[in-house]
Design a protein around this ligand. Structure first.
Ligand SMILES: Cc1cc2nc3c(=O)[nH]c(=O)nc-3n(C[C@H](O)[C@H](O)[C@H](O)COP(=O)(O)OP(=O)(O)OC[C@H]3O[C@@H](n4cnc5c(N)ncnc54)[C@H](O)[C@@H]3O)c2cc1C
Length: 348
């Protein structure tokens, strides 16, 4: 091995957002006959400078491929967040969610098998202009707390994080470790030469808490707002603040580092107006209520890429990226599947 920082590493994880950290924790905490696995993260940036820190985040599988794998990953993550909910220092709480629909959906959401107790909303719960809705309990994850929790948990288990370590070619990683997990989010566009991404810009407004506790989600935008078509509206009350969203502007080719310059102040007012159409409690916000405006690129892809390949004899690459608007939602499920791949590789 060429580098002291990876001298004793069994697995090298690339990326330190929610995917990289959760995967690294799952690998380092896994009980094995051979003893504890040694895991190192190489990353360009660490929290709070990752896209994961921009996520609201509510458990909700948005724009990450509506398929059976997502249902399975989402169910595993739902269970793990349930165990973390309320534990001091995690930033995870449980909230009641009302998902709003403009058209009736008698079959229920495609992801209903992930979540126990999904029910239709009562008609009197629906704001004007909505035909249907689903009510369920789900985790809300304050990423400003949670990402630090993940980092501390990984380091407390003996994990090593090398920051400011941009990988330009996967051969750099394989030069020091035979087993590499790629969790670089949108960074995989260049690193894995992956052309299946559709980076989708999202903007949210963080406001002061006003006592509102229910999560409201309309992933198309309220019909009553003439400016809403194609725009999202969601209200995510966290522990200390509330996130109002949002936008989803596909195929944004802005570099990850430069997207902050695209904050749209008109859109701030439009987001507040869309959220006020869901809950009048947000109709009279003043500039003083606005704490922060955040913007980022969701790593939307045709579907999540989670698979293993062997680029050379004895070398293994596991990809875990492209989680769209659901990287937090799917995190523990995807990490569990990466761990299965790594176990299978170790048994060869
Ligand atoms: C406005 C907005 C709201 C959202 N809301 C939610 C929500 O409510 N719920 C939810 O589940 N999801 C939500 N998301 C989506 C979620 O943020 C992403 O799916 C998730 O952050 C992806 O995590 P990741 O770890 O894969 O990527 P990232 O968080 O982007 O992490 C990638 C890591 O890889 C590193 N990296 C990149 N390239 C390289 C390289 N070449 N070499 C070394 N390191 C590299 C980066 O520095 C970073 O550390 C939201 C996103 C946005 C933008």
């Amino acid at each position: 091995m060429a580098s002291t920082e990876t001298d004793r590493t069994d697995v090298l994880v690339l990326g330190c957002g929610v995917s990289g950290l959760t995967t690294a924790i799952r690998l380092i905490e896994q009980q094995r006959e051979q003893g504890q696995r040694r895991v190192t993260i190489w990353t360009r940036k660490v929290p709070p400078e990752t896209t994961s820190n921009i996520a609201a985040a509510v458990w909700y599988p948005y724009d990450a491929g509506s398929n059976e794998r997502a249902v399975k990953w989402g169910a595993i993550a739902y269970g793990t967040f349930g165990e973390l909910a309320g534990a001091p220092g995690t930033g995870v709480i449980s909230r009641n969610v009302l998902e709003l629909l403009s058209d009736p959906n008698p079959d229920g959401p495609w992801w209903k098998a992930s979540v126990p107790g999904v029910e239709h909303a009562r008609p009197d719960e629906l704001p004007a202009g909505y035909a249907d809705g689903f009510v369920f309990d789900a985790p809300v994850i304050d990423t400003s707390v949670y990402l630090n929790y993940l980092r501390s948990r990984f380091e407390a288990a003996g994990g090593v994080i090398a920051e400011n370590r941009t990988v330009h070619d996967l051969s750099e990683a394989f030069a020091v470790c035979d087993v590499v997990v790629n969790c670089t989010g949108l960074g995989a566009r260049e690193l894995a030469h992956d052309t299946a991404f559709r980076p989708t810009r999202g903007q949210v407004v963080r406001v002061k808490h006003n006592g509102f506790t229910r999560v409201l989600i309309d992933d198309h935008g309220p019909k009553t707002d003439p400016y809403a078509p194609g725009k999202l509206a969601y209200i995510v009350p966290r522990i200390n603040d509330i996130i109002l969203g949002g936008t989803a502007i596909a195929d944004d080719i802005t570099a990850d580092d430069e997207v902050k310059q695209k904050i749209d102040n008109d859109e701030v007012q439009a987001i507040i107006r869309r959220c006020a159409a869901l809950a009048p409690e947000f109709a009279n916000l003043t500039p003083d209520d606005i704490l922060e405006v955040k913007i980022g690129l969701r790593p939307v892809r045709s579907d999540v890429r989670l698979e293993r390949e062997s680029p050379a004899p004895g070398r293994w690459l596991v990809s875990n990226y492209g989680h769209g608007g659901a990287g937090v939602t799917l995190s523990w499920g995807c990490a569990a599947e990466v761990a299965e791949h790594i176990e299978a590789i170790e048994q060869l």
